[in-house]
Each structure stands twice: as structure tokens, then as C-alpha cells.
Design a protein around this ligand. Structure first.
Ligand code: SAM
Length: 298
């Protein structure tokens, strides 16, 4: 299978009178080795169900198909989706959908295929394994929506058990950061609640067309079977985390006051957290302890 190169990407864009749209983060992967490396790092096996967000012209889609995956590809740009359908031809293993990854109903997007029999009755896909569907998301994400797309998948699509995404370096480092790391923030805590994240490698701007200004990284997230901490509610936990990192240079006794009011110091002390500590020093365990303490004191 011929994967896309700078020459074939230029030819496809010119044939269809298209330009890469910066507003949609259209930096196309123009290096077959990198596309294969991503599919390989994602450990995609024949028959795996893979969700690809933002397939563009198909650089990664073709590498996933080459490994025998069944790919459901969601593209916001309807014109690109038409070109993609042409690039993948009549390969039954790929299902191209047009939609916005921030809005499309995920249950519908990840529903098992349903074939229609001759009488028009629905017949569930016979190749589908019984029980719960399991998906891997493998994507070169548009830079401007990478974080909300990943968080949406973690929060709302428990069928997506593994995520391997190419994102801007700073964004990837934030997703995988721990307390003490420069990029550690509210997103890192949320990602850690739902998954185990790791950086899988750096990808230079030279492999994209057009070239972005910054490096990209590959991030791998493996969904946890269960959250590693107990909290009264995720809304309470993430509300505290947001407030803490909203003023990350301030001590918690100040930065959490908008949520906890005059109980702030008591709540922190009962949780075993110094009121003079800052948000960037607290790990998930400590954030959970604060959330539990706040619930007791409420
Ligand atoms: N996967 C292709 C590749 O590796 O060459 C394209 C990657 S490009 C960085 C991001 C793609 O995401 C573009 O095709 C863009 O049109 C699409 N996109 C942007 N916003 C989107 C959204 N909200 N939902 C789905 N696709 C989106």
C-alpha cells in the first residue's frame, strides 16, 4: 500500500483545488515512516477497531489499514472527507464520517456496524466480538482542539481504552506531566484520574506539510480499569483542581477560597495538605484527599 508523501499530498490538494486550512489545524503528515511508526507504537493488531479523529487526506489512515485495523475516521472538513474516500478507495475496513469531534454524539460514533438484510431489518455486525466494544483512538490531532478532544474521549467514551495521539509538544507534555514538572496543570490531573499517560516520542516539524512552527510529541494514554482515588464526585474534584491551577502561583489557602470560602484552611489541614502549598505541588492523591475533606466539612 502506498502511503502519502509530500508529492502525493501536493498532488491531491492541487487536483481538488484545496489549500491546507490553518483554522482547522491542517498540517498533513507527509512521511510514511512516521505514519508507520505511529501505527506501530499504537500496537494496532489486525481486526482492531480504531477511531481516527481528523484523518485529513489519509496519511495515518493508510498506515492503520496496512496493519489490518478497522478504521472509523471522523473528519470535520467535508471536502477533505471526499478526497479521503477516494484515497482509501473501496476498502470496506474504513468508514469515513463527517462531523465535529467536539460535538458528535460519541455513542453513535462508536456504535457497532449494523448491516441491513434484504428485508431492511437491522442485522448486527457478525464480525463484532460479543460483549463490550473496545476501541483504540489513533490520531494526528488538530492542535487547537487536541486537549478538549482527548478529555472528551476520557470522560464520555469508556469504550475507548487506549489513545495514541500526535499533538503539539507542550500539549503532550502537559497531558503526561507530574507534580514538579513545568507543564503540570489541571489537564495533567484530569488525565491521571482516567488514564496512565506516557510520552512515546518526539516528531519534528519537517515531516508535515505545511510545516508547523513547533515540535510534536506522541502521547499514549491507557484507560484505568477504575479511578485510582476515591472522590465524592468528579465535579467536586475537578472544580477544586481548576480553582487551584487558576491561580497556580498563589498558596492554596487563597487559590481554593473561591470554592471553599472560609472553610479553606480547615479543609486543607484535615486533608493533610499545607494551606501554604501551591497547586503545582499536589498529586492526584492529595487533590482527592482535599475533595473528600471538603465533602465532610460541607
Ligand atoms: N490525520 C491527518 C494527517 O496525519 O495528515 C490530518 C491531521 S491534521 C493535523 C488535523 C485534521 O483534523 C485535519 O484534517 C482537520 O480538518 C481535522 N479537524 C480539525 N478540527 C476537527 C474537529 N473538530 N473534528 C474532526 N476533525 C477535525
Amino acid at each position: 500500500m502506498d502511503l502519502l508523501t509530500p508529492a502525493s499530498i501536493r498532488a491531491l490538494l492541487s487536483e481538488h483545488h484545496l489549500d491546507a486550512k490553518r483554522s482547522l489545524g491542517q498540517n498533513f503528515l507527509a512521511d510514511p515512516n512516521t505514519a508507520r511508526r505511529i501505527a506501530n507504537l499504537a500496537a494496532v493488531e489486525p481486526g482492531d477497531d480504531v477511531l481516527e479523529i481528523g484523518p485529513g487526506l489519509g496519511s495515518l489512515t493508510l498506515a492503520l489499514l496496512e496493519r489490518g485495523a478497522r478504521v472509523r475516521a471522523l473528519e470535520l472538513d467535508a471536502k477533505l472527507a471526499t478526497v479521503l474516500a477516494e484515497v482509501v478507495g473501496d476498502d470496506a475496513a474504513v468508514d469515513v464520517r463527517v462531523g465535529d469531534a467536539l460535538r458528535v454524539p460519541l455513542a453513535e460514533l462508536l456504535a457497532r456496524d449494523v448491516d441491513r438484510d434484504v428485508d431492511g431489518e437491522d442485522v448486527p455486525d457478525k464480525s463484532a466480538a460479543p460483549g463490550r466494544a473496545s476501541w483504540t483512538c489513533v490520531s494526528n490531532l488538530p492542535y487547537n482542539v487536541a486537549v478538549p478532544v482527548v478529555i472528551r474521549l476520557l470522560e464520555e467514551a469508556c469504550e475507548v481504552e487506549r489513545i495514541v495521539v500526535l499533538v503539539q509538544r507542550e500539549v503532550g507534555e502537559r497531558m503526561a506531566a507530574s507534580p514538579g514538572d513545568d507543564q503540570y496543570g489541571a489537564v495533567s490531573v484530569k488525565v491521571a484520574y482516567y488514564s496512565e499517560a506516557s510520552l512515546l516520542g518526539v516528531v519534528p516539524p519537517t515531516v508535515f506539510l505545511p510545516r508547523p512552527k513547533v515540535d510534536s510529541v506522541l502521547v499514549g494514554l491507557v484507560r484505568r480499569a477504575a479511578p485510582p482515588v476515591e472522590v465524592p464526585s468528579t465535579d467536586d474534584l475537578f472544580g477544586l483542581v481548576r480553582s487551584g491551577f487558576g491561580q497556580r502561583r498563589k498558596m492554596l489557602r487563597r487559590s481554593l477560597a473561591p470554592v471553599l470560602g472560609d472553610r479553606t484552611v480547615d479543609v486543607l489541614e484535615r486533608a493533610g495538605v499545607a494551606p501554604t502549598a501551591r497547586a503545582e505541588t499536589l498529586g492526584l492523591d492529595e487533590w482527592a484527599a482535599v475533595a473528600r475533606s471538603a465533602a465532610v466539612a460541607a
